[in-house]
Design a protein around this ligand. Sequence first.
Ligand SMILES: Nc1ncnc2c1ncn2[C@@H]1O[C@H](COP(=O)(O)OP(=O)(O)O)[C@@H](O)[C@H]1O
Ligand SMILES: O=P(O)(O)OC[C@H](O)CO
Length: 500
Amino acid sequence: MTTSAIKKYVVALDQGTTSSRTLIFDQSAHLIASIQQEFKQYYPAAGWVEHDAEEIWQSQLSTLKQALKHAEIDLSHIAAIGITNQRETTVIWDKNTGKPVYNAIVWQCRRSNELCQALKHAGHENEIKTRTGLVLDPYFSASKIKWILDNVDGIRARAERGELLFGTIDTWLLWQLTEGKVHVTDPTNASRTMLYNIHQQCWDKTLLALFDIPASLLPTVQPSSAIYGVTCLLNPEQPIPIAGMAGDQQAALFGQQCTDAGSVKNTYGTGCFMLMNTGKQAINSTKGLITTLAIGPDGGVCYALEGSVFMGGAVVQWLRDELGLIQHANETAQAAKSVSDNNGVYLVPAFTGLGAPYWQPDARGTLVGLSRGANRNHIIRAALEAIAYQSHEILTLMSQESGINLLELKVDGGAASNDFLLQFQSDISDITVLRPNQTESTALGAAFLAGLAVGFWPNSTALKHTLTIAQQFRPNISGSQRQTLLRGWRRAIEQTLAAI
Ligand SMILES: Nc1ncnc2c1ncn2[C@@H]1O[C@H](COP(=O)(O)OP(=O)(O)O)[C@@H](O)[C@H]1O
Ligand SMILES: O=P(O)(O)OC[C@H](O)CO
């Protein structure tokens, strides 16, 4: 028996914005264990969001240990560990002590907006977009790194002396886990920093100069499926390879095996992130989408178009926590179905501004079309419909910019369990929506990447064989009904933009 023959499992570390999770999969991609731990969010000023990087690491390690214990798995049966992570979130730490020099600045944090505006006014927007595929926005890492270097006492000097390291969360976790403290990221995460040239596929010296960031801070970039190092933290006698890394949305794309040009997935989590694989072609969006690096069939680099909706499933949390209209998210489908239509009510949930394709950080939420007959269920319905309308706008642009008539949309994420939402998405976008058996696509993508690197799965055909579609939602409204609904949504968006 070969060593690989006794390997039965791959572990995925899924480090998200609000929780750290560990999931264990077997060779058929069945979920064997899943442990989740939430951690604290820090809001030190309006629009600022931070995490404690140490707490992220400790919560991640704790879920790893608990998942192994819970599933009663012998370490010798683990083929590899894969990492997937909230993207863009920025950590800088001391390479000798391992201590972060400042809290992690989270992707949602707007503190570097002024810096981005200044770069915009100085005419750098196009150059940045050409090199990185990204819209000049505080969402991405570069302006966050610069903020730390410029605002935390003594940090720039220490960075210039080569004492500090930068990483997105993948890099931070890998560094913590590995023997010899490996300082590496993968192309998908690098492509979110605004410092990586997605065409030449290297750190971009012009952008490092523009943001005034020393190159010594940066990790080495290695493929998303590769053995980066081993961890001996669980048992010094049993090193386990860390063999896959990808940003969570690209991992979900790979987990759904959207590896061919033209395949699309939408993840309905806190926000909604739609990615379309565009193969070897980097499509330069002129309509507010971004171009990003993703993963091809063999784990190598390819391009994708992405549209990020900032308020997705979170709008359901708002119904629950702020309006008190529901007690549980799973009540919403029934409530929405209990009324025959939205009664003219539209909600634009721009609570933290509008993401793609508008990129309007100052927009705020709008509820329009209220009449005397509008009730709780109409508002709940409008909230779910808003998730689908926002996703629809992105899907339409992707289709226009790629020239591909999209016929299928694969979905995953917490809110993808909502049948009303998926049926409405299918109706409004005139597309077949496919919900897989395994909706843990993000973690599965990380597991696939790690498993491929160590031969646990031999190739992409083996990965595809593990996936099945659990449910399909097909369009069930007329073209004129669709046009009427979309007109109402566009009016609501116009009102939101007019109020900025
Ligand atoms: N049945 C449901 N209907 C609508 N939204 C839901 C439902 N179940 C969960 N959600 C939403 O899904 C989100 C959580 O999904 P998840 O994929 O875990 O998100 P994230 O990875 O962004 O934390 C929450 O915002 C929650 O409100
Ligand atoms: O942690 P999530 O699932 O909300 O994902 C966050 C995204 O990666 C941000 O770009």
